[in-house]
Design a protein around this ligand. Structure first.
Ligand SMILES: Cc1cc2nc3c(=O)[nH]c(=O)nc-3n(C[C@H](O)[C@H](O)[C@H](O)COP(=O)(O)OP(=O)(O)OC[C@H]3O[C@@H](n4cnc5c(N)ncnc54)[C@H](O)[C@@H]3O)c2cc1C
Length: 321
């Protein structure tokens, strides 16, 4: 291929969060859509299987490797187009780091993808499994994708409605798996009013009203939002709802062992450590323990009585009585 650097015997461990796998017979980095086409045609001319990947955060490679050409998406680009005071289109190169895109949008006060922060991988991979978290998914903001269609050998634009989105799935993962190599995505997100912007979220989920238990999850997406007490306050607000409105007996939370700030937020709200799920999750190339915390109704009430943050106004005036 002209001007393209095709490597041989590429270690697949370089392209997987798990850091495992054999080798790919060939691998190439692509930086523009015409290179995608060129690379795909190079492989097809040699009857080699061909696969496009992003950062490899959702791939577990086999030990016997991949016998074809691995196309590693490194197509960059970020362009904003303000439609009006409220709506903003963002076109993003498929190889951009997704979390950076979320941070960039949030920093500008744009909302619609903030709950998808910290999801590892590239922007171009987000439509493949319709990435989602905390009730938000990319299908809610995606206008469409630009892709190289291996069937027609052309660059095509596929609108949201034609992506076949479902829960953590799309046509790119099912009926048309391997057919489209996504080169760019376009999102439509909103400018927040009055200079305020969402910084994270808290949710009560898995609610069992008969057994009277539920789970709480709190996350802050921006480093500028950390160490301000907002995580503590948000968790406390959720607990107040769990206790006063839902009349729950027990609330549980799980947290990665490295997440010191979340652990502190749970402790400051009176949660007790119940146990450790040893090396239960992988992140950033290594395995981490997951800590299980919980708080019972009586403990919540005692914490409420003790809590000197009551002036925040989250507890009712008769707190603890
Ligand atoms: C710690 C951790 C937390 C995670 N949390 C979440 C979460 O909260 N929510 C969630 O939805 N997912 C989550 N994931 C899964 C993962 O982050 C997503 O699937 C992400 O979109 C993968 O991006 P990637 O660039 O690494 O894709 P890769 O792993 O490289 O590829 C994934 C699949 O998409 C295909 N693909 C990738 N790029 C393209 C492209 N441009 N065109 C066509 N096909 C392509 C690949 O062939 C492959 O089949 C998590 C993963 C990890 C490791």
């Amino acid at each position: 291929m002209q001007g393209m650097d095709i490597r041989q015997n590429e270690p697949l461990s370089k392209h997987s969060t798990m850091r495992l796998g054999g080798t790919a017979a060939y691998a190439v980095d692509v930086h523009a859509r015409n290179e995608v086409q060129e690379a795909a045609e190079w492989a097809e001319a040699r009857n080699l299987p061909v696969l496009m990947i992003g950062a490899g955060s959702n791939i577990v490679w086999r030990d016997d490797g991949f016998p074809g050409l691995l196309i590693i998406n490194q197509i960059m680009g970020y362009e904003e187009q303000q439609e009006d005071g409220e709506n903003c289109y963002i076109a993003v190169g498929a190889g951009e780091n997704w979390d950076s895109i979320v941070a960039r949008a949030a920093a500008k006060g744009l909302t619609g993808i903030e709950a998808l922060s910290l999801i590892p991988g590239t922007a171009g991979a987000t439509p493949v499994q319709n990435v989602g978290a905390y009730g938000q998914e990319i299908a809610q903001t995606l206008v469409g994708v630009e892709a190289y269609d291996r069937q027609t050998k052309q660059i095509v634009n596929i609108q949201n409605i034609d992506c076949g989105f479902g829960y953590r799935t799309s046509r790119f993962k099912t009926t048309d798996r391997g057919r489209f190599f996504i080169t760019a995505i376009t999102l439509l997100i909103q400018a927040t009013q009055n200079g305020s912007a969402p910084v994270g979220f808290v949710r009560i989920h898995g609610i069992h009203l008969v057994e009277r238990f539920a789970f709480v999850e709190t996350a802050l997406g921006e480093t500028t939002s950390l160490r301000r007490g907002w995580g503590v306050e948000a968790t406390r607000l959720a607990l107040a709802y769990a206790m006063d409105t839902l009349d729950l007996h027990r609330v549980e939370a799980k947290v990665y062992a490295y997440n010191v700030l979340s652990i502190n937020a749970l402790r400051r709200n009176g949660f007790h450590l119940e146990g450790t799920l040893r090396e239960a999750r992988s992140y950033d190339g290594r395995r981490w323990d997951v800590l299980v915390y919980s708080i019972l109704e009586s403990e919540m009430r005692a914490q409420r009585a003790r809590d000197h943050f009551a002036p925040m106004g989250l507890w009712p005036a008769d707190a603890g009585t």
